[in-house]
Design a protein. Structure first.
Length: 254
């Protein structure tokens, strides 16, 4: 049901004063593994290109052989989300969420959703709108959001957001909270739990657990839980719960 929902894995921005909020990492690679970490299922890459005050972000999920499974394209105007598009090559679906000024009230915005389940059919896209709130996120925005609320998280306070879910054409409430602390190699880390706020959604989606650097840039090293891509069993596509691990050595110009 939540096929394009759980896409969280990007880090907070660094301290560069001329950078847009979501400009970094300009290049990032990751691997989505099975829960036991024994099998690589997908690869992930993220790249950003800035043109003046506009930032274009491409996020690709591929099979190990390089075949594209899912593509996300994000456009920011300054530090504000403008457009989010998804091409799902597994399901043959396509959707978008655009943040547009509310007619007659330019200080307010709405999220305009479109989603078509089968791009090869003659069906028209399904649409919906809802108010855009300051805590509305997509996966590409989660890292900076956690960075901004870091002091609350380490104190044990809950932090809430609305998550944009294109295939449902709505936002869904989630709550972040510190789960535990530990070590990953030579790093101190904090484990942050992300859970659906709604009991109904909680029955469908297990919590997501982020492993984040406690010190320095508070980069997301990995997360375990629902991935945005699916896995095929027989003739059916099934939701994938796995481990997404990020390679920070790739955060450099190609």
């Amino acid at each position: 049901m939540l096929a394009t929902m759980l896409l969280f894995h990007l880090p907070a921005r660094s301290s560069g004063t001329n950078l847009l909020r979501y400009e970094e990492p300009k290049h990032l690679a990751g691997t989505i593994c099975s829960v036991d970490r024994k099998k690589v299922l997908f690869k992930f890459t993220r790249a950003s290109v800035r043109d003046g005050n506009t930032l274009h972000v491409s996020r690709d999920y591929t099979y190990p052989d390089g075949k594209l499974a899912l593509k996300e394209t994000v456009v920011y105007e300054g530090d504000r989300l403008s457009e989010y598009d998804i091409e799902d090559f597994q399901l043959g679906a396509r959707g978008s969420a655009r943040v547009v000024p509310l007619a007659g009230e330019p200080a307010k915005s709405v999220i305009s959703f479109q989603y078509v389940r089968d791009i090869h059919s003659s069906q028209k896209p399904k649409t919906a709108t809802e108010p855009f709130q300051s805590n509305c996120l997509i996966g590409d925005m989660v890292g900076p959001f956690l960075f901004d609320h870091w002091s609350d998280l380490v104190k044990g306070n809950e932090v809430k957001c609305r998550y944009i879910v294109v295939d449902r054409r709505e936002t869904i409430g989630f709550t972040f909270a510190k789960d535990s602390e530990g070590r990953r190699g030579d790093r101190n880390v904090i484990i942050v739990k992300m859970s659906p706020t709604s009991r109904i959604i909680s029955a469908l989606v297990d919590p997501i657990f982020f492993t984040i650097e406690k010190d320095g840039r508070h980069r997301v090293l990995e997360y375990s839980g629902r991935a945005p891509v699916k896995i095929k069993e027989g003739s059916k596509w099934k939701d994938l719960d796995g481990v997404s691990v990020f390679d920070w050595e790739s955060d450099a110009p190609q």
